[in-house]
Design a protein. Sequence first.
Length: 155
Amino acid sequence: MTNDKGPKTKMQDLLKDYPSVVEIPVAWGEMDAFQHVNNVVYIRYFETGRVAYFEELNLMGYMEKTGIGPILGSISCRYKAPVTYPDTVSVGVKIAKIESDRLIVHHRVVSHKLQRVAAEGEGVVVIFDYRHNKKAAVPEEIKHRIQEMEGARQA
């Protein structure tokens, strides 16, 4: 069976469930002694994607105004395929679940050269009141923005 999908279509298929996607060129210096991108770099890719998602929500603007914003509580990564230079990766991010004081964030890194998923991960982003140095509830305004953004991909 042949696959007549072009590279763009395959990439779109691999990231179709992610409302926020950023492209990141792989840097030579990200490779390690084993000649593939070092494992810690994927966490940085996740961060870049997550920050882009939060910028689309204007979460940082909300934080400047209220003092309430995100802080990473934990992160995990499952490596699926080695990425090497030269390449570009697309990082997809979605909020899988909104809990009372945290967001469960899913990340997917897709290699353009390999045309496949290179890594997937999950982060727990706690909502934090930076002015009072304690956890906070996910603000209704932010919940609404997330639901709009996540709903837009399902429409």
